[in-house]
Design a protein around this ligand. Sequence first.
Ligand SMILES: NC(=O)C1=CN([C@@H]2O[C@H](COP(=O)(O)OP(=O)(O)OC[C@H]3O[C@@H](n4cnc5c(N)ncnc54)[C@H](O)[C@@H]3O)[C@@H](O)[C@H]2O)C=CC1
Ligand SMILES: O=C(CO)COP(=O)(O)O
Length: 326
Amino acid sequence: MTTIAVVGAGAWGTALASLYARGGAKISLLGRDPAIAAAINTAHENPRYLPGIDLPPSLRATIDPAEALTGCDLVLLVVPAQTIAATAAALAPHLPADAVPVLCAKGIERETGRFMSELVAAALPGRPIGVLSGPSFASDLARGLPTAVTVAAASETLADSLARALSTETFRCYASSDLRGVEAGGALKNVLALAAGIVVGRGLGASAQAALVTRGFVELRRLGEALGGRPETLMGLSGLGDLVLTCSSPQSRNFSYGAALGRGDDLARLKLAEGVFTAAIAARLARDSGTEAPIIATVAEVLSRNLTIDEAVQQLLARPLKREVG
Ligand SMILES: NC(=O)C1=CN([C@@H]2O[C@H](COP(=O)(O)OP(=O)(O)OC[C@H]3O[C@@H](n4cnc5c(N)ncnc54)[C@H](O)[C@@H]3O)[C@@H](O)[C@H]2O)C=CC1
Ligand SMILES: O=C(CO)COP(=O)(O)O
């Protein structure tokens, strides 16, 4: 049986760990906050990140890396994208030599433009790497609702074996060897979910929302390909699938952040919205690769307060007319 360690006791890490604990797997959950670990172990709830959701009593959380990581075959890294490099480096001394890191964060390092797999390859050299990404809300997964995602690794054999090890009766993992395509889709959809939220929060209507998602997908596909992803991956669960989910539901924190921005609400107390950190670097990668990505560029400008939302809408509508395809 595969022994799994989950690093990060936030919403997604807790949901994944509870899924595997329910399935009877050998699983440990590594957090940072002793109060949250204690609540998971005794009240079987994560009151901060998954309030009101019953966790399996067999799930054990700890804040001790050695306790969580000793003997693990797979280590799921489920911390915010901008902290992945530091987290991987801190884990290195505790990780068994043959443990495979599986990245579950969605983002691009904002200062360098490096993808999560590049950061982890540098911090944990010589290890094969997996990526898990796709349309999957933590609260859905934690409640045992059916969910399907993509699990990628450069080697097809490893991707197949990771997909087998990480699938359960309710969680279906499709294998892929397109690591970059899976990572690009997950990172870019967050920026587009911010845009969809802005459209809804500003009251621009369902027609504008559909146009935004469709043209947003064109950008995700174009830029994803320019960054090395395969078109079929970008049209799959980790690209189109996750874009559709997060651009249409207030359950998405990126969508909600965009909606708050669109309404002019206070942003201070909102939850993690990874797109906020990815937007500017995604816009820069588009510019550097000569890829047309006006929605992504506009989101970056709005977030940095260089454009108001009304100016942004006007600018997008005033772009020269063009053929839809080509
Ligand atoms: N929540 C969801 O439905 C899904 C989230 N994800 C991705 O998973 C990643 C994590 O998201 P969530 O768990 O939802 O976020 P969260 O905000 O619920 O939890 C983040 C966790 O990371 C820890 N953390 C924060 N800063 C840290 C640092 N500097 N070093 C180490 N740990 C740190 C926090 O203590 C917390 O346990 C994100 O990249 C997100 O896009 C992917 C799929 C679904
Ligand atoms: O990635 C997710 C669902 O697949 C979660 O989306 P948010 O981070 O926007 O909540």
